[in-house]
Write a protein that binds this ligand. Structure first.
Ligand code: ADP
Length: 456
């Protein structure tokens, strides 16, 4: 038996999926926060710089000189987080506001960081030249540095990261659990079938039309169970049919022996008893022989010898031999196309034809006709066997191919086993072909066999 090689893991699928979800979420949070840090860090520093410069430049314009006096009244001391102070050219504080005292020398047009009591600031100076010598305008703003931002992000992470991880783990677990629930159902159904020997059970996930992979898997299993059930039932039916068919001749033989032992007196009595025993034994032997051939064909262990043969010749010989033994006054006519060749096992194919002709005689009417024909139809060799006998009722047409099926066993004069057509069908299929029937009760039947022929 073949088993599919499966890679298995010690962890359950649920655990693996949850772990994977959590890991991805964790990495995602890290990447997003890192990215935010880089982008925002630069943006914050750039923004602070630009704001500082623009505030200082705006305030420069507000510095006036009237009658030799410097007017700085309009200068904004604190606006948009920027402290602005004005100094004389010599560096003397004139007006404005500062967050801290500093003796940082003036440098026009250069933004630079200054650290005061552990806090970072940015400083920017501009010189406004005036008739009286000019003034320095100095702007100072608190610098939101990358480090302080990192601290904020880390503080944030302390809350968000565990939250995201818990969400990812719980979400992942719940999703995996609900997605894998059908697998549990499938396992349970398979176990129930196994434990209770109940092949009629189905998984039935109950989502018809769904394209879900597990729904497809469950449908496939259900189809497989249905097939198993069907073949198991037909196997059981077959076994009980075989026992039944073998019991009848066995019972007859035993009864005949008992009767003869008690009552037979003359040599004729013994001769008659032997005749009965031998007829029943022959029937048993035919039955066993047919069953063996059928099961060999079933299993593919029948010794077949396929060869390119002249089907026309094979049929002509069978027809000629059959016509010699005229039964029930039936006339056999044949219409055989010459030179039709096919890759066949002659023994099996002869048995197929013989079974059909035997049936045509068996169920033919006294003084009737049996027509055998062979012709080609494209890639097919078509053999027909027709009679004008009793015919087959419509509702029996499907069943006649089943093993042991007999429409009415009395009609074959007790000769029939109900295996002939099952064998015909199987032999046709072994040859890559098929068989069909058309029949009308009281008018007759035509059996048609198609097998691939050799074309050249
Ligand atoms: P059997 O041994 O009973 O002939 P078969 O498998 O050959 O078994 O045939 C199955 C049944 O099909 C027969 O019992 C008969 O009812 C029906 N049948 C087969 N061939 C013919 C035929 N040519 N005309 C009428 N009925 C037929």
């Amino acid at each position: 038996m073949d088993y599919l090689p499966l890679r298995t893991s010690k962890m359950s699928i649920k655990a693996r999926l949850t772990l994977w979800f959590t890991l991805v979420a964790f990495l995602l949070v890290l990447i997003v926060q890192g990215f935010m840090l880089i982008v925002n860090g630069n943006a914050v520093v750039d923004d602070a710089d630009a704001l500082l410069v623009s505030e200082v430049q705006a305030n420069m314009k507000k510095v006036d000189e009237r009658d030799g006096r410097i007017d700085v009244n309009d200068v904004d001391a604190f606006k948009n987080g920027v402290y602005t102070s004005v100094y004389s050219a010599a560096g003397k504080f004139l007006s404005g506001a500062v967050p801290f005292e500093t003796d940082e020398p003036f440098r026009a047009g250069v933004t630079r960081p200054v650290t005061v009591s552990g806090r970072e600031y940015i400083l920017y100076d501009m010189f406004v030249p005036l008739d009286t010598g000019g003034v320095w305008v100095r702007g100072i703003t608190g610098a939101e540095t990358a480090e302080t931002l990192l601290q904020t992000v880390l503080d944030l992470s302390r809350f968000t990261l565990p939250l995201v991880l818990v969400l990812a783990a719980v979400g992942g677990y719940l999703t995996a659990r609900s997605a894998l629930k059908p697998i549990r159902q499938i396992t349970e159904a398979a176990n129930a079938i196994n434990d209770g020997n109940d092949l009629s059970r189905r998984i039935g996930l109950g989502k018809p039309g769904s394209h879900d992979e597990l729904q497809k898997l469950s449908d496939t299993f259900d189809n497989m169970f249905a097939r198993l059930e069907k073949s198991f039932n037909s196997q059981q039916q077959f076994t009980s049919d075989v026992s039944h068919e073998l019991r009848t001749p066995t019972t007859v033989i035993l009864a005949e022996c008992d009767y003869t032992r008690k009552h037979a007196r003359t040599a004729e009595d013994y001769g008659a008893a032997l005749e009965v025993v031998s007829r029943q034994a022959r029937k048993m032997s035919r039955l066993v022989e047919s069953l063996l051939s059928l099961s060999r064909l079933d299993l593919g262990t029948a010794k077949t010898a396929f060869e390119v043969e002249d089907v026309s010749e094979m049929l002509s010989v069978i027809c000629a031999e059959t016509a010699l033994v005229r039964r029930k006054g039936i006339t056999l006519c044949s219409d055989i196309q010459e030179g039709v060749a096919a890759d066949i096992d002659v023994t099996l194919m002869s048995r197929l034809v013989q079974n059909l002709i035997d049936n045509a005689y068996k169920y033919g009417r006294e003084g009737g006709m049996v027509d055998v024909s062979l012709h080609t139809d494209g890639p097919w060799a078509v053999i027909t066997v027709a009679d004008n006998g009793v015919g087959i009722a419509k509702d029996h047409l499907e069943k006649i191919w089943q093993r042991f099926y007999q429409e009415d066993s009395s009609r074959s004069g007790g000769e029939g086993l109900g295996l002939g057509l099952a064998m015909v069908k199987q032999i046709a299929e072994v040859h890559g072909g098929g068989v069909s029937v058309e029949s009308e009760p009281g008018v007759g039947s035509t059996f048609t066999v198609k097998i691939p022929r050799i074309t050249n």
